[in-house]
Design a protein around this ligand. Sequence first.
Ligand SMILES: [Zn+2]
Length: 198
Amino acid sequence: MEANVETKREFVIPGDYIGVAEEFLPGDGAYEENGKIYATMVGNLDLDMSRRSASVISRTNVLPQLKEGDIVYGEIVSVKPQMVYVDLLALEGHADKKLSANTKARIYVSQTDKKYVKTISTEFRNGDIVRARVVDTQGDSIRLSTAEDSLGVIRAVCGVCKRTLENKDGNLEGNLECKYCGSKETRKTADDYLKAKL
Ligand SMILES: [Zn+2]
């Protein structure tokens, strides 16, 4: 059924599908849900055929400081009325390197989309993975923007059952639905939602 799904990807991010439970046991940085194994962290995928384990190995090389204009990937960890907090996971093009010191970032409601956004909770939810541009590195937390077509959520988590949401009827305007529980939700999606590779 899922036998042809690519499992040899070098780098994975939290929530990435990495194998089936009949083939592998979840090792470090991995968990099993409904017979499938997913990554819990960013790192190198390690499929150990002899021990039949699927693990994620954390990265050891460290990147220099992020700068304005950089494209980064992160996970939404907290949604406030006017902003969301993001845990930075990787710099585009350098997914093999760990981010140094400051991995906390925020996106303000005004920098969510090109169009006016009233409430940020219609655009992001906890657990979503986003691609964003670094717009300010001053101050105690990096500021990000998703106000470009190619930026925004690349994988959204269902607010009800926590599974991955899909584009509703191939709609690319951020109208998403859950195939499992039927929840219909909106997000500020990137134009390659669910097709993005780090
Ligand atoms: Zn659901």
